[in-house]
Write a protein that binds this ligand. Structure first.
Ligand SMILES: [Cu+2]
Length: 255
């Protein structure tokens, strides 16, 4: 497991990892919600090119970046982890969550280079997953009933554009639509719920894994990524979902 920490506005952690399946944890020591995206740089592109693109169009990541996933939406004082497959090459680690003015934290310095070396001698395997959530243009599919417990959920992108998964633990009586309605960039508090992690953007065809601690209650799944042509966020096309998690009736309470 490789751990990173986030605060306003920087990541701390290693600058070098090995290729293959890697468990990545983000510990958020900041006040704001943060994420850590693993973005592959194509040959000839540098971190400076990413910074320049963000300076020109703050809200949009360049389409030439390869999206490998990463830890999404960790609230202040919390941590979350994912398992993602890294190819050898050069990467940027970046937080694309907007501040109150709509500028991504990346524009304040949450951009960091990472070198991924060739596969090491230790062969890494994909984890066994308890559940699969499929990302499509533009919906989530997650079979119900949802199990209770610390789950390893496979997140696979079966769409034609990049998608992300943000998991919200909803407040009593609130829905995912309530969360979206009361969502304000840069605000750490949303009366309708709190972010508990998820997977940052992954390219079509990519499979990743996220740890989610599912307790009885209600959850929301949201994709905030924008369509590259229309600039409309995917949730506005229907890419959100309400999930209910309950203990299975008829089973005795555990020890
Ligand atoms: Cu999406």
């Amino acid at each position: 497991m490789t751990s990173f920490t986030s605060e306003e506005y920087a990541f701390a952690g290693t600058g070098q990892m090995e290729a293959g399946w890697q468990t990545v944890r983000l510990i958020n020591r900041g006040r704001d919600v943060h994420q850590m995206q693993f973005l592959g740089l194509p040959p000839g592109k540098t971190v400076e090119d990413v910074n320049q693109a963000l300076a020109r169009r703050p809200g949009y990541l360049p389409q030439w970046l390869k999206r490998f996933g990463g830890v999404n939406s960790v609230a202040s004082g919390n941590e979350a982890s994912v398992v993602i497959y890294l190819d050898p090459g050069e990467y940027v680690l970046l937080c694309g969550i907007p501040d109150a003015t709509g500028r991504p934290h990346a524009a304040h310095g949450m951009v960091r280079p990472l070198h991924v070396s060739e596969l090491g001698s230790r062969v890494s395997a994909a984890p066994e997953s308890d559940r699969t959530v499929r990302l499509r243009d533009f919906s989530f599919s997650w079979e119900e009933p949802v199990q209770v417990g610390d789950l390893i959920v496979q997140v696979s992108n079966e769409g034609t554009q990049a998608h992300e998964l943000i998991v919200i633990r909803l407040a009593e009586g609130a829905s995912t639509q309530d969360f979206l309605t009361s969502y304000r960039p840069g605000s750490a508090q949303n009366p309708a719920g709190a972010e508990i992690g998820g997977m940052t953007g992954i390219d079509p065809g990519r499979k990743t894994y996220v740890h989610i601690d599912m307790q009885p209650g209600r959850y929301g799944l949201i994709c905030f990524l924008a369509d590259p042509v229309t600039r409309t966020p995917h949730f506005a096309y229907g890419m959100w979902m309400d999930l209910k998690v309950q203990l299975r009736p008829g089973l005795p309470d555990g020890p």
